[in-house]
Design a binder for this molecule. Structure first.
Ligand code: C2E
Ligand code: MG
Ligand code: MG
Ligand code: MG
Length: 281
């Protein structure tokens, strides 16, 4: 009987695996046409300076309006884009959109406004087709490198290959700033941060969620802020949802915050209206 159950379990498992594989294949096909069919959109979430609350930067966050499934979360489709290699073209497109938005906001709102763009480790790998030059694109728009912050993850630095290192140095030489995203969830090696001349640490939302004297996350956040400042880095708190969290972060000396308490991610034209009070479209 045990054998029978085992076999049943196995075949059930196989069927669901097959379904998953089919589902994923379908999604990759859909994603491939999404770019061409304008189903992808870049949203922007403001990043505010503490304690003033003034908006100084925004993070570009990809959105996919799927014709049948509605809004698909990047947490679901970024991994598919990475596995299929589509992340290269999608990421390049996000970058162009984000840089155009940065140019507009630097002209219309503040000359020091910055847009940050997520770049996953896969996007640092060599590709078979021609590499779209991010730095050349900035140059073609006559835009200062400092208009852009590239958000990378800790894992990228930990096993950085020569090519990755060279690209990070090229960014730095062009004035592009670098942030470590989701800080605290990976290896959190501060020696790498120093070696690569990082500008910002973004404390992961999971630490901000649990801020309370009982949870130890207050001690962790405090230590991260103190260490970052001693190394000359600025700190951004992610996922700030309550006034208590904001007040605690201000008292701890955190430099910037981002979260639903301040703003949800929004379209580029909504951001422009929010910052300048008028619509350009
Ligand atoms: P991330 O870079 O850590 O982005 C922050 C995520 O937290 C965003 O999720 C944002 O909408 C969400 N968030 C912001 N404030 C709050 C808050 O107060 N509460 C809660 N619960 N969530 C908040 P989103 O937009 O779903 O993106 C998820 C992840 O997908 C991003 O995490 C990033 O790793 C990846 N991603 C998004 N766009 C891109 C892209 O253009 N390229 C790449 N490579 N990855 C991207
Ligand atoms: Mg990010
Ligand atoms: Mg993050
Ligand atoms: Mg995060």
């Amino acid at each position: 009987a045990a054998k029978e159950t085992g076999r049943n379990c196995y075949s059930f498992f196989t069927a669901s695996m097959q379904q998953t594989a089919q589902f994923r294949l379908g999604m990759v096909t859909d994603l491939r046409s999404a770019l061409a069919n304008r189903q992808l959109e870049v949203y922007y979430q403001p990043i505010v300076e503490l304690p003033s609350g003034a908006i100084r930067k925004a993070e570009a966050l990809l959105r996919w309006r799927h014709p049948q499934r509605g809004m698909v979360s990047p947490a679901q489709f970024i991994p598919l884009a990475e596995e299929s290699g589509l992340i290269h073209d999608i990421g390049d497109w996000v970058f162009r959109e984000a840089v155009q938005q940065a140019k507009l906001l630097r002209e219309q709102y503040r000359p020091d406004f910055q847009i940050s763009v997520n770049k996953s480790p896969v996007q640092f790998r060599p590709r078979s087709d021609v590499d779209f030059g991010w730095l050349n694109y900035l140059k073609s728009l006559e835009l200062d490198g400092a208009a852009v912050v590239v958000e990378i993850t800790e894992g990228l630095l930990l096993d950085a290959q020569t090519l990755t290192k060279a690209r990070l140095l090229d960014f730095r030489d062009a004035g592009v700033q670098v942030a470590i995203d989701d800080f605290g969830t990976g290896y959190s090696s501060l020696s790498y941060i120093k070696k690569f001349d990082i500008d910002y640490i973004k404390i992961d939302r999971s630490f901000i969620n649990n801020l309370s004297p009982e949870s130890q996350d207050e001690a962790l956040c405090e230590a991260i802020i103190v260490m970052a400042h001693k190394l000359g880095l600025k700190v951004v708190a992610e996922g700030v949802e309550t006034e208590q969290q904001r007040d605690w972060l201000i008292a701890a000396g955190c430099d910037y915050a981002q979260g639903y308490l301040f703003n949800q991610p929004m379209t580029g034209s909504e951001l422009l209206v929010l910052l300048t009070g008028f619509d350009q479209d």
